[in-house]
Design a binder for this molecule. Structure first.
Ligand SMILES: O=C(O)[C@H](O)[C@@H](O)[C@H](O)[C@H](O)COP(=O)(O)O
Length: 233
């Protein structure tokens, strides 16, 4: 079982400030050690306040590469696009924001194209900042025909196209995701979530370990380092 350290906050503002501080520190350490940083940031709603605070921090953003942990197969101008959100926040800061999808409509074609684009970057990630869905998905690793590939695929495969089955009701679109091995190999993995239901789900996933039925459980079971989990109700 992995060692998870839970950091509990009184409210969403405190959570966002703490996460922005932590992530900023991790990036600065990478810049100091290697002169550049490569980080994966999640999509969804939870990270937005922390991402905004982070973007306002004084960091040498021009030396930072940001990749979404996952994206929806929609144009970057679509409000559902994770890279669109990250680009709006971090391109004005001069960070490099690398998209997972570039107009492809077929998830498998998109996954292979993303994999090729990512191969040109410096691996491993300095940070994989993760969120979790109420159904237990992490990044866009969902049950369906691509689940096994995203979870158990060859280590060299960093991105995959995903056709969730069943489709999540609130966002019924195909995806591209970083694979479990690309995420789990990051130098630091951190998880940020809100709400009691998600907390219970993650606590059970950690307890179940590799036998977990949930994508988040399968990923956490594979980590070789401790993980900080930031949470507020
Ligand atoms: O497309 C996705 O599914 C997201 O990018 C995923 O990475 C996110 O972390 C979870 O869905 C949680 O999202 P919320 O924070 O909005 O619940």
């Amino acid at each position: 079982m992995i060692e998870a350290e839970w950091w509990d906050y009184d409210d969403a503002t405190e959570l966002a400030e703490a996460v922005a501080g932590d992530v900023g520190f991790i990036i600065e350490q990478a810049l100091e050690a290697r002169g550049r940083a490569i980080v994966a940031f999640p999509g969804g709603e939870t990270p937005k306040p922390a991402l905004e605070l982070l973007a306002a921090r004084k960091i040498e953003w021009a030396d930072v590469t940001i990749v979404p942990t996952d994206d929806r197969l929609v144009p970057p101008t679509d409000p559902r696009s994770n890279v669109g959100m990250l680009a709006k926040m971090f391109l004005p800061r001069r960070a490099r924001v690398v998209p997972l999808c570039a107009g492809e409509t077929d998830p498998q074609v998109a996954g292979h194209a993303a994999d090729e684009r990512l191969a040109a970057l410096e691996w491993p990630l300095d940070l994989a900042w993760l969120g979790v869905g109420a159904d237990g998905h992490v990044a866009s690793i969902f049950p369906g025909p691509d689940y096994d590939g995203a979870i158990n695929g060859p280590r060299i495969r960093r991105a995959m196209g995903v056709r969730p089955d069943p489709m999540p009701a609130n966002m019924p679109v195909n995806r591209v995701t970083l694979t479990k091995s690309a995420l789990a190999s990051a130098r630091v993995v951190t998880l940020v979530l809100t709400g009691t239901d998600k907390r219970k789900l993650v606590e059970k996933a950690i307890k179940d370990g590799a036998a977990s039925q949930l994508p988040i459980g399968r990923l956490l079971a594979d980590l070789e380092m401790d993980i900080d989990i930031h949470w507020c109700a």
